[in-house]
Write a protein of this length. Structure first.
Length: 417
């Protein structure tokens, strides 16, 4: 299939290039914003020709085997290229990303591949496409044992043949990054779309992945990150939170964030006079909200006001729920509460019950009533209300897993209004 895109800097060659023949130069290593061309597929024959970041080439050949990187313990192919001004030579494959062929594009990227889009700052008439750097980490003598190294990019190329790009996916021996959701939306009302991504990353050896909400913008002819909000929530280090992820609501020029934070009780100050009884079995709970607003002058999203931390609201699910002095059925019963009794949920306290050889996690909440009385109630008897995480947390406390790393959900945490 021929590639008919407005890369007029390539003149006649642009009309004859195959979809697999388009590449752009990526900023790499100590070369920063330029890459060297070599006379052959080795580092021994360097020319005095350099190309700037974003340059487009036509591939006219490539090596059959991958070759070891001089600076990194990786292997890539060499590509023979032809530049827009007719120069030919070789560039090592860690510096360039090759356009992915149509039949190899993932379904979630198809709407962004070879699509006309209007950005700003000299990229008003542009085409987006998906490019990839491919190689292997070089850990074994036998190449087939070496793990794949890949970086995938969303590339924006204007009618003058210049490109900007953003990394959207990657994998190596060190871990993996991928896109959960990607959209082009004008969030700043400047008639130019921003690139909005929900990403997930998993580092080798970690127990949990890291999710982020990222917004990229084309400004002054470059790609600029204007927001990067870490979404993943932890109960403690490398232990996932029952709340799982921050909830993000996108409304015009504002980004609203809310989540339930599990914090060490010695750092808790939302409710007064809360004592710390166990650093391993308890975590105090806070409801956190804040909003980012677009600042035209600074060309960035910034906090509209400081983060607000408040208590979690809940109520009893059934008549005469027992409130205990301590988090245990054998503890003295202080009082009973009826449905619709408003509670401040202060603390999550875990106990482990044994049924023969079977262990079961039984969480309790430390709650405070409107009259100031407080005590422990079985978490399964209390319903959390008034927050976006309510359904998710109520499901967790109805049947908590023995290990929080087993807690899974397919709930969506990013909403566009």
């Amino acid at each position: 299939m021929k590639l008919f895109l407005p890369f007029i800097i390539l003149l006649v060659s642009a009309l004859t290039m195959q979809a697999s023949d388009l590449i752009f130069q990526k900023r790499v290593g100590t070369t920063l914003n330029k890459v060297s061309m070599f006379g052959d597929s080795s580092y021994s024959n360097q020319t005095n020709v350099f190309f700037q970041q974003g340059e487009l080439f036509e591939i006219i050949g490539e090596t059959f085997y991958e070759h070891e990187d001089d600076a990194q313990n990786q292997k890539y192919k060499w590509f023979q290229i032809k530049s827009s001004d007719g120069k030919t030579g070789w560039i090592f494959g860690d510096a360039i990303a090759v356009i992915i062929s149509d039949n190899a594009i993932k379904k979630e990227y198809q709407s962004f591949h070879k699509t006309k889009t209007n950005f700003s700052s000299g990229f008003e008439n542009s085409v987006t496409w998906i490019g990839q750097i491919k190689g292997h980490d070089n850990f074994h003598e036998k190449d087939y044992l070496n793990p794949i190294y890949e970086e995938t990019y969303l590339v924006i190329t204007n009618e003058r043949g210049k490109s900007v790009f953003v990394n959207i996916e990657g994998q190596s021996e060190m871990g993996k990054t991928s896109i959960l959701n990607m959209q082009l939306l004008d969030l700043t009302n400047d008639n130019s779309p921003e690139i909005i991504m929900e990403t997930t990353s998993f580092a080798s050896g970690d127990n949990m992945d890291a999710k982020s909400f990222i917004i990229q913008s084309v400004q002054a002819g470059t790609m600029v990150e204007i927001l990067n909000e870490v979404m993943t929530l932890e109960y403690s280090e490398q232990i996932p939170s029952p709340a799982f992820s921050k909830y993000i609501e996108v409304i015009d020029e504002t980004i609203r964030v809310e989540y339930v934070d599990y914090v060490s009780c010695d750092k808790y100050d939302v409710v007064e006079n809360v004592t710390t009884t166990s650093k391993t079995m308890e975590r105090c709970m806070e409801y956190v909200t804040y909003t980012y607003i677009w600042n035209d002058r600074k060309n960035n999203f910034e906090l509209m006001y400081p983060k607000t931390r408040d208590y979690i609201v809940g109520g009893s699910k059934m008549p005469n729920v027992s409130v205990y002095k301590e988090p245990s059925f054998s503890s003295p019963r202080l009082l009973g509460i009826t449905p619709f009794t408003k509670l401040k949920i202060i603390k999550h306290f875990e106990t482990i019950d044994k049924y023969g050889s079977t262990k079961k996690v039984v969480p309790y909440f430390l709650v405070r009533l409107t009259n100031g009385k407080e005590g422990f109630v079985k978490a399964a008897d209390i319903g959390i209300v008034q927050i976006e995480h309510a359904d998710l947390l109520n499901r967790f406390y109805n049947n908590p897993p023995l290990s929080k790393t087993d807690w899974k959900t397919d709930a969506s945490f990013v909403v566009f209004r």
